[in-house]
Unconditional design. Structure first.
Ligand SMILES: Nc1nc2c(ncn2[C@@H]2O[C@H](COP(=O)(O)OP(=O)(O)OP(=O)(O)O)[C@@H](O)[C@H]2O)c(=O)[nH]1
Length: 504
């Protein structure tokens, strides 16, 4: 071969080598397998190229690139299919927005045309992303069934109506004869207009505020009045002291006056020149002393009169003070009773129980008296409310409370714990006595003939009881009884469970 030809061949080979190296760089990153082979090919072509080995490598790469092309097409088609599914799903979400529908349709047309290359696919993706971003708001879920203003008002109106009903019901128990309350209750039963409802709310609020204020001011008023009465008594006492001081001074002055008159008389006796003048002087002396004595008697009488007046006024004030204190004590006692009484059942409430348990514990510990605690809960009480109404439920609570109270001895204590649950403190009973006592209560209660809406109903209660043990706290005893009550409920209700025994 000619030297010139050889040189030209060499130049072509170098150009081809550079091209192949650039081409390999373009394909880099397609797959690690191809990357490795590309690197090998570049190694064969670098420096003094080994074309034989490079040819082997190029053949291998040809096959690998063919396979890569097939899988790339598969990925491209799959991506376009996925994109199409997403756009269609979006189209359904925004069915009501015609503008967005149109854009979605245009995008779907583009997605259905054959993709020229990977770059065309990327462009489609970019377009789809922009489309989703711009129309995201149209597809975001709206709040379910938004309420109109009138609907909202109606809801508030009914909530206030319910609340007012409940408030009046509770309040009417305290003031069963209150005309205003009875009128509002009657109107509520017939249905009230919004304006009337608001007026009724104001009436109730006014009543509650007045009552709260009068309760709060009771102690203030009584203390003020006691203070005033005590002030008057103290004023009278100091007037009496002033009076005594003044009368002491008057008496002192009149004694001094008589002393002086006596001295004058003594002088006259010593120096009198005649019996006649002594007689005259003696008469004058007697007159003076008599006048001083009658002045003194008058002053003493006035003073006594004044003193008696002051004492009478003090006595009156003290009597008033005593009666004020008594009425205050009575009102205070009434307030305490009322704050510790359940308004529906008239039984002591939980606050009363909390005080009573402390005293019962002290008696049991110091007086060595047996003490038992029991909890009773009306069975399936909710169903009474549900079937016959809340008023029937209230009536049931009242009858059951009366029955339990009546069938306990006067030393025993019962309180409404809350809802349809009662707590009892039974004195002087041991565990077998407790079991018998509770069993008798349970059985007699289940025998009461209840009738609601012409239907005979059996009301029963479950009982849990326990006896006080050394070292128990009030909470521990209560919890033990409550656990037994829970067991009684679990055992089918209408039964008694104490620490040792179960009866039905
Ligand atoms: N009428 C009326 N119901 C009340 C009163 N206090 C609580 N309740 C109702 O008493 C019901 C108690 O129901 P639950 O605690 O489910 O018990 P229950 O139906 O007695 O069932 P068990 O205790 O499992 O036998 C609830 O529906 C309360 O609304 C009240 O003063 N009057």
């Amino acid at each position: 071969m000619e030297g010139k030809q050889l040189q030209s061949l060499k130049n072509h080979a170098e150009t081809l080598t550079r091209f192949i190296i650039r081409l390999t760089k373009f394909y880099e990153g397609l797959s690690s397998d191809i990357d490795n082979e590309l690197q090998t090919l570049r190694g064969h072509l670098a420096g003094s190229p080994n074309y034989t080995l490079a040819t082997v490598s190029i053949n291998k790469l040809g096959t690998k690139l063919q396979n890569a092309h097939a899988s790339t097409s598969e990925v491209v088609n799959k991506s376009i299919d996925d994109l199409e599914t997403d756009v269609k799903a979006f189209q359904q979400k925004v069915a009501q927005s015609s503008g967005v529908q149109q854009n979605a349709a245009q995008l779907l047309v583009k997605l259905n045309q054959p993709a020229q290359d990977l770059f065309a696919v990327l462009a489609l993706y970019r377009q789809a992303t922009r489309f989703f971003a711009v129309n995201a708001q149209a597809a975001s879920p709206k709040p379910a069934n938004p309420q109109s203003e009138p609907e909202k008002n109606a809801r508030h109106y009914h909530a206030i109506l319910d609340e007012l009903n409940l408030l009046i019901k509770n309040y009417a128990r305290k003031r069963p004869d209150d005309e205003q309350l009875l009128t509002i209750q009657a109107k509520l039963a017939q249905g009230m207009q919004e304006e009337e409802l608001l007026q009724s709310c104001v009436v109730i609020i006014r009543m509650i505020v007045q009552e709260a204020m009068s309760e709060a001011s009771l102690s203030g008023k009584v203390i003020q009045s006691l203070h005033k009465s005590l002030g008057q008594v103290s004023q009278n006492v100091s007037q009496t002291i002033d009076l005594s001081k003044a009368s002491f001074a008057t008496r002192k002055a009149s004694t001094a006056q008589m002393q002086a008159q006596l001295e004058t008389m003594e002088d006259a006796v010593n120096h009198s020149e005649s019996l006649e003048s002594l007689k005259r002087q003696a008469q004058q002396y007697v007159k003076n002393v008599s006048s001083t004595l009658s002045e003194r008697a008058q002053a003493e009488q006035d003073e006594q009169h004044e003193l008696l007046k002051l004492l009478a006024s003090m006595q009156g004030q003290l009597t008033r003070l005593q009666s004020q204190t008594q009425s205050y004590r009575k009102k205070l006692a009434e307030q305490i009773v009322s704050s510790q009484t359940d308004s529906l059942t008239r039984l002591p409430n939980r606050q009363a129980y909390n005080e009573r348990i402390e005293r019962a514990f002290a008696l049991a510990e110091n007086g060595n008296v047996k003490l038992a605690l029991a909890v009773a809960d009306i069975d399936l009480f909710k169903s009474i409310n549900d079937r016959f109404g809340h008023a029937a439920g209230d009536k049931t609570l009242q009858v059951v409370s009366r029955h339990l109270r009546k069938n306990l001895s006067k030393d025993d204590f019962i309180a409404r714990w809350g809802g349809e649950e009662f707590v009892m403190l039974l004195l002087g009973v041991d565990s077998s006595g407790l079991q018998k006592k509770l069993e008798a209560l349970r059985a007699s209660l289940a025998d009461i003939p209840f009738k609601f809406k012409q239907e005979k109903v059996i009301i029963s209660a479950s009982f849990g009881g326990t006896c006080l043990k050394a070292g128990d706290t009030p909470d521990e005893v209560f919890n033990r009884a409550d656990t037994n009550l829970y067991k009684a409920k679990r055992s089918g209700r209408n039964c008694v469970i104490t620490d040792q025994e179960t009866t039905l």
